[in-house]
Design a protein around this ligand. Structure first.
Ligand code: ADP
Ligand code: MG
Length: 299
């Protein structure tokens, strides 16, 4: 792909503003937001409900969809090319093959009337133009990649025959089937119980290590950020409040809002030293209990 602009970043969202025209007037959902991701980076996009996280990530995917949404400023550079100048067809091609999406609700992401295998094969064929046999092989590889036990048999299963955690693994397999460089995961574990949440987060981390896939992880939960993110962008009311290395932001949040968010997370029983260690070097199992206790508190 020719680049229009020199950037080392895989993704550069610059000065993005989005508004919705509703019957009740204009809603400014996102104001002058900057978010960047380097290849292989895991960035948390964190903030309370309504802060503009989903709208920002939907804009990156070209999925704002509704005619009521209007992008009033900004650029979305993916590998140096502005997605906002591309045709719908070009963006659709990027989506899936270069940018994958993992949404919160696995049930809505999967079609109940097709088997897991059929849906994976369809995605691979659509984006990679390979024959059916090759697509079937890739489908199986993808299920193995997300550590779905008994993958060959699961290809023939329908979504309702799987548990919530298994379904979320299938959604991740679908997003990764074409080996995108960037994965957008919008609250991918919010609907899951604490143990499964931990497993899915660990899976995302392992895939990040193995495949080098960059991840923009949308979450309202600083516990999740501490567990998996290299960097973090904190949003509130459609604006970016602060951003930086996850360890640094967790250790010494600058903005009072971030301080409150971090303080409100009792499960972050991390010492100063632990918070400063890059997450790749942390031993993940140390966080298992911590995360488990969170789920129980919030239930
Ligand atoms: P978050 O994901 O951080 O919880 P969102 O990005 O979904 O928040 O929403 C940001 C703001 O945009 C909210 O005020 C929300 O009400 C508004 N918004 C989102 N989608 C629409 C829509 N389709 N129509 C009108 N307003 C919307
Ligand atoms: Mg959201």
């Amino acid at each position: 792909m020719p680049t229009e602009e020199t950037t080392e970043n895989l993704l550069d969202v610059r000065d993005l503003s989005v508004e919705f025209h509703t019957d009740g007037g204009v809603v400014r959902a996102v104001s002058n937001v900057d978010v960047s991701l380097r290849p292989g980076e895991v960035r948390g996009l964190v903030g309370e409900s309504g802060s503009g996280k989903s709208v920002t990530s939907l804009a990156v995917l070209g999925l704002l969809g509704t005619r009521r949404a209007r992008i009033t400023s900004g650029r979305i550079l993916f590998r140096g090319e502005d997605l906002l100048t591309k045709s719908e067809k070009e963006v659709r091609r990027l989506r899936g093959s270069h940018i994958g999406l993992v949404s919160q609700n696995a049930l809505s992401a999967l079609d109940p009337s097709f088997t897991v295998g059929a849906q994976l094969v369809e995605v691979v064929r659509r984006h990679q133009g390979v024959d059916r046999a090759t697509a079937r092989t890739r489908a199986l590889e993808s299920l193995e990649l997300v550590r779905l036990p008994d993958a060959a048999r699961r290809l023939r299963a329908y979504p309702h025959e799987l548990s919530g955690g298994q379904r979320q693994r299938v959604v991740i397999a679908l997003a990764l089937a074409c080996r995108p460089e960037l994965l957008l995961a919008d609250e991918p574990t919010t609907a899951l119980d604490a143990t499964v949440q931990k497993q899915v987060l660990d899976l995302l981390l392992r895939l990040n290590d193995e495949l080098g896939t960059a991840v923009l992880l949308v979450t309202h939960d600083f516990g999740v950020v501490s567990h998996v993110c290299d960097t973090v962008t904190v949003m509130r009311r459609g604006r970016v409040l602060e951003e930086g290395a996850a360890g640094a932001v967790l250790r010494s949040p600058q903005h009072p809002y971030t301080q409150a968010l971090v303080k409100a997370v009792p499960r972050l029983h991390l010492s100063q030293a632990e918070r400063s260690v890059p997450r790749q070097e942390r031993r993940l199992h140390e966080f298992a209990e911590v995360l488990a206790s969170v789920g129980e508190e919030s239930r």
